[in-house]
Ligand binder design. Structure first.
Ligand code: FES
Length: 195
């Protein structure tokens, strides 16, 4: 009798817990995959991306929002338009991604390189491989979110990441041509750049 009552309680607890977990399910899109997860909402987005989804192109450097190695794009719907901005995934709890489109370096291009990736290749602007994904995603985020395409502003937008790797290559020397190659169609105009 006591045992039966005990089992009933366990079952209740299990179904309550399942219902609770479903309530806490987080839904968002990661690159081209719809994610449904009940992971602890406070888990950092970079850990979810790397450990749970094995997308290791997003790097971990400082875990303090300083180095930019973990940069991803966060897309949110503004009326009927997706707006993307660069964000440090080490500072972002996975719960904050709910309802968003998260784009990592792996999700930037399909078959071809994006203009930014091509510019990095053509100009030899790649760094050690550790920070290059962060630079590419940060610059892409700037191009997607900035109203005005200004080279100086672009360099400022990615300077945290470029400053983290000054010893590998003189990135700032390569950046101007890299910038021109990234936005050849409207070097001084309004942003008309898309993924
Ligand atoms: S690891 Fe996120 S900014 Fe450095």
């Amino acid at each position: 009798m006591c045992q039966c009552a005990g089992n009933a309680t366990d079952k209740d607890w299990t179904s309550n817990r399942t219902a609770e977990m479903n309530q806490h399910e987080l839904v968002f899109i990661l690159n081209d995959t719809e994610i449904h997860t009940s992971i602890s909402p406070g888990t950092s987005l970079v850990d979810f991306i790397r450990r749970d989804r094995h997308l290791t192109g997003t790097r971990i450097g400082c875990r303090e929002g300083d180095c930019g190695a973990c940069t991803v794009l966060i897309g949110t719907l503004d009326r009927d338009r997706m707006c993307y901005r660069a964000a440090a995934s080490c500072l972002m709890p996975v719960a904050a991604a709910a309802g968003c489109h998260v784009v990592t370096i792996e999700g930037l291009n399909n078959e071809d390189l994006t203009p930014v990736q091509r510019a990095f290749v053509e100009e030899g602007a790649s760094q050690c491989g550790f920070c290059t994904p962060g630079l590419v995603v940060s610059l892409t985020g700037f191009l997607l979110s900035s109203g005005k395409l200004d080279e100086e502003d672009a360099l400022t937008a990615i300077e945290a990441t470029s400053a983290a790797v000054p010893a590998i290559l003189p990135f700032e020397e390569r950046f101007p041509q890299c910038w021109r190659n990234s936005v050849p169609e409207c070097p001084e105009g309004e942003s008309d750049w898309s993924l």
